[in-house]
Write a protein that binds this ligand. Structure first.
Ligand SMILES: [Zn+2]
Length: 281
């Protein structure tokens, strides 16, 4: 105990002397890591392998072929259907923090030369919550898949439905699920990638409907978290409850893919899931 205490104390002291932005504390092992080392390693800790969250733009940058992304619907902005207190101010703060108009970036790009309709969520924008804009962008990404005969890949990261939009947010669950069904009826694949965290209304709708569901290691994945689960059930849930690994064991996730393997894994899957006519494009 004593050694651990001194260890933590000296680390905290070390943190105080490091200028902000140069180093950060790993969310997994608690070690101090230089930002440039994390940048070089796709924000994965070199010591413990903890996968730190990525912005939507950083995610797309490490996933698609360079300069291949054509973004769609970037100017869609949410309304304030309930005149919810402070919602407009929160949107403005989230926009300043993330550089995005809402929590989802979508478009068409190629991965290893194969075209896809793709999307990535950004947790930094109001916890990646799904309101009218996220739902609409996901639905349109599916519709573009149908229209252009493309597979769809969506990276999710979300605390769930956006409570400030009430029923309008909850409606996105049905809308996105119906859009996935239309894509699948057209014989086109949807690869859903769950990243930390994918919970609530996003987990309970389109994110769980992939033909293939991949997840990053150690991500929180599930409808409600351990705290709510323990409260509801009045019991203690297993240590890995609502993690990618737990969902893999229980059949909700098909494969756990470390970040460095994600792009080659998607390229491999697309090489035989893509409709034949897209191969030569
Ligand atoms: Zn670590």
């Amino acid at each position: 105990m004593a050694a651990g205490w001194f260890g933590r104390r000296s680390k905290a002291k070390a943190m105080e002397s490091v200028p902000e932005g140069i180093a950060t504390k790993c969310g997994g092992c608690g070690e101090i890591i230089f930002a440039k080392d994390l940048d070089r390693n796709m924000q994965v800790c070199l010591k413990c392998g903890h996968h730190h969250r990525l912005s939507a733009r950083a995610r797309l940058a490490i996933t698609v072929d360079e300069e291949s992304l054509v973004e769609y619907d970037q100017d869609l902005v949410p309304g304030d259907p309930l005149a919810f207190p402070d919602y407009l101010a929160k949107q403005a703060a989230a926009e300043a923090k993330s550089g995005l108009r809402d929590a989802m970036v979508t478009g068409i790009a190629t991965i290893d030369g194969l075209p896809v309709s793709i999307g990535a969520a950004d947790f930094a924008f109001m916890g990646g919550s799904m309101g009218s804009v996220v739902g609409e962008k996901v639905a349109r990404a599916m519709e573009r898949g149908v229209e252009k005969r493309l597979p769809v890949v969506i990276f999710s990261a979300s605390g769930g439905a956006r409570m400030q939009e009430g029923l309008v947010a909850l409606m996105q669950m049905a809308k996105t699920s119906a859009a996935v069904a239309r894509l699948q009826a057209a014989g086109l694949p949807f690869i859903s990638v769950l990243t930390d965290p994918t919970t609530g209304g996003v987990f309970a709708s389109y994110a769980s409907l992939g033909d293939l569901i991949l997840a990053e290691p150690g991500a929180i994945v599930g409808f409600a978290g351990r705290r709510v689960g323990n409260q509801d059930l009045g019991t203690h849930l297993p240590a890995n409850f609502q993690s990618s690994e737990f969902q893999l064991e229980h059949g909700m996730v098909d494969r756990i893919v470390p970040r460095k393997d994600m792009r080659p894994t998607l390229a491999y899957l697309l090489s035989f899931l893509s409709p034949e006519e897209t191969h030569g494009r």
